[in-house]
Write a protein that binds this ligand. Structure first.
Ligand SMILES: [Zn+2]
Length: 170
């Protein structure tokens, strides 16, 4: 499952290449951040949009610099919008302790993105975060290869550059 903070950071591509703010597009939000939403459709209120844009610039800064420390205060403020209450439930005859919340789906999405961002630093996976060598892309991605030599975010970008180099030579 893709890291939500990376998906959010990469959405800046639309600002840089299309001059549009894709975070205003409910279809983009609801399809790209869908695994944070758990089948609830989120409304893009002005407040939510503002928070998403703030969170995106923090995420880009943290991914670029490999440091989260400067942003902890602001991130804590963002996630304080959600209050969880632990509750013991019986699900399919299994006892489970679950965190329930009455907070809005929008603020829950913010918490999930922050959780994914913090996870990169908790696990030190931030060391494997790289940017795509295709200048027209520059997407962040996690390099899972053994010798950490992956240059492109996808085979699509890799092939594109290969074809371009081939054409330059022939
Ligand atoms: Zn790429």
């Amino acid at each position: 499952m893709d890291n939500l903070s990376i998906i959010l950071s990469n959405s800046i591509w639309f600002n840089n290449h299309k001059g549009s703010e894709v975070l205003k597009d409910p279809i983009w939000i609801n399809s790209n951040l869908s695994h944070a939403l758990e089948h609830t459709f989120v409304e893009i209120t002005n407040h939510f949009l503002e928070d998403l844009i703030t969170l995106r610039s923090i995420a880009i800064h943290a991914l670029t610099n490999g440091r989260l420390n400067d942003h902890i205060l602001k991130l804590n403020e963002l996630i304080s919008q959600v209050e969880y209450t632990p509750e013991i439930c019986v699900i399919n005859e299994h006892i489970q302790l679950v965190n329930t919340t009455e907070s809005s789906p929008e603020s829950q999405v913010l918490v999930k993105i922050v959780t994914d961002l913090v996870h990169l630093f908790e696990t030190n996976e931030i060391k494997n975060v790289s940017t795509c060598a295709n200048d027209d892309c520059q997407f962040f991605f996690i390099d899972h290869s053994k010798n950490k030599s992956k240059k492109y975010c996808s085979t699509r970008c890799g092939n594109l550059i290969k074809v371009r180099r081939y054409r330059e030579r022939h």
